[in-house]
Design a protein around this ligand. Sequence first.
Ligand SMILES: [Mg+2]
Length: 402
Amino acid sequence: MAGGHERAFGREVVERSRAADILHADLDAFYASVEQEADPSLRGRPLIVGWPGPRGVVLSCSYEARAAGVRNGMPSMRAKRLCPAAVFVPARFDAYQEKSRGFREVLRSFTPLVETTWMDEAFCDVSGAHTLYGSTLELATAIRRRVAGELKLICSVGAGSTKFVAKMASRACKPNGVLVVGDSPAFLSPIDVGDLWGVGDATAARLHELGIRTVSDLLATPATLLRRELGQSLGSHLAALARGGHDEELATGDYDAKSVGAEETFETDLASEDRIQAEILRLADRVASRMSAGGVAGRCVTVKIRLASFATHTRSRTVREPTGDLWTIYRLAREAYESFGRGRQRVRLLGVSMSGLVHGPLAQQLSLDRTPPHAEAAKALASVRRRFGQDALTPARLLRPD
Ligand SMILES: [Mg+2]
């Protein structure tokens, strides 16, 4: 199965010409730039944010300090030796949080599909924003202009057809740059495997030992060999990265949100709709039980669907009133799943999670209101049966212990 499947997957990703609709926006030298913006006397100077003492580390450094070899995470003493002229300032996290909020607001004014990965980095899906803002390059430029104008910060923007390519592009164009990658294979091929996002030193060293130095070498290496030498999951993952990365959607939940979730990877990929509905119900029941145990209710149900190709998709449904009710969670999860439309593709993993959580008395009240899970499950079951026939589910399989 592996060989044919792998080839089909590779062909699909390489040959499908997808628009470069995923942006990775990354503020340059974030903490240091905030400090230089706040205090003009620091501009143009090698600046290090961090404690200068023997146990201090560089949290962020300006490009003037980088030019002397200083890097984030380096011990302060070493940074001082490399750049004796560097000015140290203490970190002011409140100020960075505020700028970070402003950054997210700017991005969300272009598209609601924003996944914040760190205070100063986010992915945006701009596929629905072209009518208003023009091409990807025009969008990226408009974002950079707004960030410069409103936040007085510089951000670099990379764009590509996947998060992976977008991230590699923003890295390649830093600082103060923009790069839209239209042809992922041509862009990725010459890159050293050690420079790939998500590839650590140990993996890079192992690849180099195998004579694999660039992405083009990686592409020329059979996936079976990669899996044998590096293990099943890492081997498959690298093979996918060489082809532009997984075609996953953005996790656009609130940056600060906590969530309660359950997910399951199936031993055999699921093909039948009945089985998928049953698994969603079972996952919803696990989530409802956990929420009840934790005394929380929530407003946003997200379903995660990983297909046999490893492409991962999420779909969400949000309601006004927080809920902890199994039936409501199941109904929302099913609606979210149905809005995805998997076609004939098999499902490798399903997840259901609840975010937008509320704690305390309200949640307490809601969980007290919750009717016993079996009654709810019976109702849900009846509904699945109405749609899919009497044999769609059996109570035994639903109530099977985890
Ligand atoms: Mg940054």
